[in-house]
Structures are given as C-alpha cells and as structure tokens.
Design a protein around this ligand. Structure first.
Ligand SMILES: [Zn+2]
Length: 594
C-alpha cells in the first residue's frame, strides 16, 4: 500500500501539555474548507477527533513515542465527502443484481444480459438496473423481442437508470398476463408497437410485473445494505444521507450498526406520510448513535414524479406533450398536519420536488407551517428544511430558498444526464432556471450536493466534475459546445448528440441544436463544489460543528485523492481515484498500488 507507507520521523521536542496524537498524517496537500486556514500539510488525530492541523514540523509536537505516521506523499486531502442524497439499499441491490450502468451500446447491454442468462437456472428471474438508451445508436428503448432472443425461458425485468421505466421480456409479460387488451394503470403506461406490448413499462405499469418477482429475504436486504456501504467507502464517501426508509429498513440498518459492521456515517430519513414518519414523530430523533455514526431526524416526502417520464409537476404543459403538466404524488392538505407536528417535535423535512409547480407548492406548504408554528413553539428554531432536487424553478420562487432558510439538495449529475432531453421536455426558455446552481448560490441559498444513486452512478468525482464542468461525461460524447472558461479535452468529432427520441409524441417537440440550453454559467467554482459535498452537506444535517471541514475538534473524516481536483483540468477530475477514506481517524479504505 504505497499510500500508507509509514515512515519514521526524527525526534523533536514534545511541547509540554500538548495532546498526544495516535495517528499523524503528513505530507498532504490538504484543503480544509476552513476559511481561516484554507490549506495545510499535516493532520494529527486522537481518538476520532482532529487535535492538530497545520505544518509537518508543528505536527511533530503531537507525536508519542511510537506514533503511527501516515505519509500521504503529496496526495490531495479534502474533508470527508458526503453524499447528501442517495438510496443505500438500491446502491447495494444494483451491485448484487445485474448492474447495467455503463452499458453504452445496445450490443453491450444485450451481451451483459446474455452472460447472466447463461449462469442462471431456467425459469429464475433475472432483475437488474442501470441501463439508459440515451447514448445508444439509435437512442431507442430496447424491446421484448431483443430480450426474447437471448432470454427465452427466464423472466427478465430490467429497470432503467432513473427508476421510472423498465424493459421486460415475453416470459415476464406472460407470467403477469399482460397482453394487447391490458389497460394502462393509473399513473403508468404499457408501451405498444402496432397495438402489441413491446416490453417497455413506464412508472406504475412497472408494478404490474414487479409484484411477481420474489421479494428479497431479510438476509439479502441486509447484504444489499452492506454491499452498498462497502462500495461507498471505496469511492471516498465518509457519510451518506439516505433519502428515505421504511421501518423494516430502519431495523436492518440499526442492527448492522449495533453489530459494529458499519464504519460509514449515515443520516437516515423516514418516508412520510405513513407509519415510518409517524414513528419518527412519536419516538423523536436519534442523534449521533453508534459512535456518532447514525442519525435519524428527517421525514422524506415525495411530492411529484421525474422529468424524464413527464411526472414532474410543471406550472405549464410539457413542451413535447402539451396535454400534460405532470402530477403531484401527495395531496398538499394531507401534508399540512405532519409538517406542523414536525416543527413542534424538532423533525426535519426534506421533500422531493422537481417541477416548478411542485417547488412552488412545497414552498407554500413550508411557509404555512412556519407561520402556524412560530419559533417559540418549535423544538428547533431554525428547522433547515430541504427541497430535494429543486430542478426547475420559476423566477419568483427561486429566491424563496434563501428567504425561508430552506436548503436546496441538488445532484449535479442529474443536470449532465437530463440536459440531453430536458430541452425537449421544457423548451429552451424554462431551461434558464433549471438546475440553476449559480443563481441559487447568488440568491443566498445553501446547496448541499448529492448523487441520488442508484438513479445516477453515485461517484464523488462524477458529481464534482458535473458541478464544475456542467458538460456530459466524455463517454457520452462531447457534442455540446464548449462553455466559456471551462477546460476541455479534445472535442468528439461525432455530432450525433443522443438527442432524445425515445418518447412518444416528441414529433411535435422543439428539439434545440445540440448543446443549446446547457447554461454553462450555472456551473460552480471548485471551491463551491467542494463546499456542496462537505460543509454544506454537514450543515444540511445540523452537523457543521462536528463535520464538513478539517479543523481542530472536529471528527477526523477525510478523503484522500490521487490528484488535485482543485487545480487539474476538468476532464482529469473523472480520472481521479480515491486513495484513502478516513472516518473518525481510522483508515477504512486504502487503495492498493497497481
Ligand atoms: Zn432520490
């Protein structure tokens, strides 16, 4: 392990009364995210806290007789990266089932499935997730005929990356009795070709088939949790904020922590309204349990659908389908009493709102609750409620984040994935306030950064790149014109932009030229991007006194990277690897040399 080569230091005088560190990290290129001391070379840790940050020479004063010295060999260190919005069980399940992310061609996608079929018993279900046709040529949905050729006997159910669509084969349709007479369920669509189901199921139509798939056992669910956590730590995440859980999930999470199996820190939200939210309101928050690793004080509400499937609730109709403006998934009047109780009980609320209508209405609801329960009646005076995604905002609502002290919890990768089809959905005008990171920051809002994995890949370097470059990943083609001030690799000659042609009705849509509508001016600075995934994420969980920067007294959580992401050209950010993950002063992951 080249990254953790221990070296001996020359003896030097130990200052009387100085704290003796148990581990000292030296020769780091350390970004502290502390304005008073932005950079340093050494960190000394005692127990799980930082006792010193500064120069290598000064760190010497903290050494014991047999100190554990870790030579970082000039590598870059940031405060521990936090994913402010992800779904940990889904991340693990994606690893355990057929993981289709990164299958960038139809042939790749089919070959991966074929390989799985070959080692699966006949008649057994094959499930998986992560495919997306945006970059296939042509960018069209797969069909059940494609799957039948390679999987004639096993029922197959493969969820699109966004979780809002699935492709199934004929064996799966047959088990479900779906045929050309089956009507679309409420909130869903069975896509058809010449009147015949072609295997694509949207939103609630997915449930028709999914309910026949054998449920994972409790052991498998626990395995998914641990697999997901293991992946997160290897990528350099020190904390995740899990965006929703039911009571059964919470049991499994608590058991895993109680058994000492989990090093990753987790802020867990309970889905609401419903029994998980009711239990949280009744029993109150759990703070810093299991050695400061587990906190649960948040209710997660899902208020509308997603943009890709046109479920996001908009103020005006979709540009590529004027007969719909999306829909809300909760009735506002049913949220009101829960919100007021949450304020009284010191429970945070975070609400998924993507469309501009959903965002406006959630602000109305938050505002009403804040008025109905004034600070004197709240357990926590400044409740730091959050809006998750906040993707499309109207001009009048954008300033409400700063005004009401509501946090915007945003996922930079959503922008660089969605901006391939968002111009068709929204038209060019509405894109001015879509994924509007810089406008929000200028308005005084605090953005905490996340990935929404497994909807997106869930890698810190992809998120950081997306935030600062606001351009597609190189494997998705660089067909978008270069934003000014952003360093680029050599542009891809291929001008096939992967413009969305997968949804019905889009024939009427305005499809802008490739690259139009990406709004490079909404990309953020490296400093801002780093804050989104460190100190702002900590603030969003009421933890800025313990986490989010490398300062004396804070928990010793940091991420060691193979390159200086604050200085290298943007495309190189994507090649940067996690060298080491340190949680509470413990090296929980170290890359081996290759
Ligand atoms: Zn999510």
């Amino acid at each position: 392990m080249r990254a953790v080569a221990a070296i001996l230091l020359f003896m030097s005088g130990i200052t009387a009364g100085a704290e003796i560190a148990e581990i000292i990290f030296i020769n780091g290129n350390i970004y502290t995210v502390n304005d008073k001391q932005p950079s340093a070379q050494a960190i000394a840790v005692k127990g799980d806290r930082i006792v010193f940050i500064g120069s290598k020479a000064d760190a010497e004063k903290f050494r014991a007789d047999k100190p554990h010295i870790v030579d970082l060999a000039g590598k870059t260190v940031t405060p521990g990266f936090t994913d402010s919005h992800c779904h940990i069980f889904g991340i693990g399940e994606r690893e355990m089932t057929l993981n289709l992310e990164g299958t960038n061609t139809r042939e790749d996608f089919l070959a991966t499935i074929k390989e799985r079929v070959a080692r699966t018993e006949r008649d057994k279900w094959i499930t998986g997730r992560g495919w997306i046709e945006t970059f296939w040529k042509p960018p069209q949905f797969p069909t059940r005929a494609d799957l039948d050729k390679i999987a004639p006997d096993n029922p197959v159910f493969l969820t699109r990356a966004d979780g809002h669509a699935a492709i199934v084969n004929s064996a799966a349709l047959k088990l479900t009795n779906i045929d050309d007479h089956t009507p679309d369920p409420f909130g869903g669509q069975i896509l058809k070709t010449n009147g015949d189901p072609n295997g694509m199921l949207l939103d609630n139509a997915m449930d028709l088939v999914a309910k026949n798939i054998p449920k994972p056992t409790e052991t498998e669910t626990e395995q998914a949790l641990l697999t997901g956590i293991d992946r997160e730590i290897k990528l350099g995440w020190c904390e995740i904020q899990n965006a929703g859980s039911e009571l059964a999930d919470q049991e499994i999470i608590r058991r895993a922590y109680a058994a000492g199996k989990v090093k990753l820190r987790m802020i867990n939200a309970a889905y609401g309204p419903g029994e998980a939210a009711n239990a949280l309101l009744k029993n109150g928050a759990t703070l810093n349990a299991f050695d400061h690793r587990f906190t649960q004080r948040t209710i997660k509400v899902i208020f509308d659908g997603a943009l890709g499937s046109r479920g996001a609730a908009l103020l005006a109709p979709y540009s590529d389908r004027p007969d719909t403006s999306g829909f809300l998934t909760q009735k506002p009047e049913e949220l009101r009493p829960m919100f007021e109780e949450a304020l009284r009980r010191g429970i945070q609320v975070e609400t998924h709102a993507i469309g501009d209508r959903a965002n406006r209405l959630i602000f109305d609801l938050y505002e009403q609750a804040f008025k109905a329960v004034p600070p004197s009646q709240r357990k926590i005076q400044e409740p730091r409620w959050r809006v998750e995604h906040a993707q499309i905002l109207s001009e009048q609502d954008l300033p409400r984040f700063a005004k009401l002290g509501v946090l915007a919890s945003m996922q930079p990768s959503h922008a660089i994935s969605d901006l391939f089809f968002a111009p068709a959905r929204l038209g060019i005008e509405r894109l001015a306030r879509a994924y509007a990171w810089n406008s929000l920051i200028k308005s005084g809002a605090i953005i905490c950064g996340g990935s929404d994995a497994p909807v997106e890949r869930g890698e810190p370097m992809i998120e950081f790149y997306a935030a600062v470059a606001r351009r597609p990943l190189p494997e998705h083609g660089l067909s978008v014109s270069a934003p000014s001030g952003v360093e680029l690799g050599s542009p891809n000659k291929d001008k096939d932009s992967g413009q969305d042609i997968r949804w019905p009705h889009r024939q009427d849509a305005y499809v802008p030229p490739p690259g139009e509508g990406w709004h490079p001016e909404q990309a953020v600075s490296r400093e801002q991007a780093l804050r989104m995934f460190t100190i702002n994420a900590a603030y969003a969980a009421f933890e800025e006194n313990d986490k989010g920067s490398i300062e004396v007294g804070k928990l010793a959580d940091f991420t060691v990277l193979s390159a200086d992401i604050m200085k290298i050209p943007a495309p190189e950010i994507l090649k940067t690897r996690c060298e080491m993950t340190v949680i509470g002063g413990e090296i929980v992951f170290a890359a081996t040399s290759n």
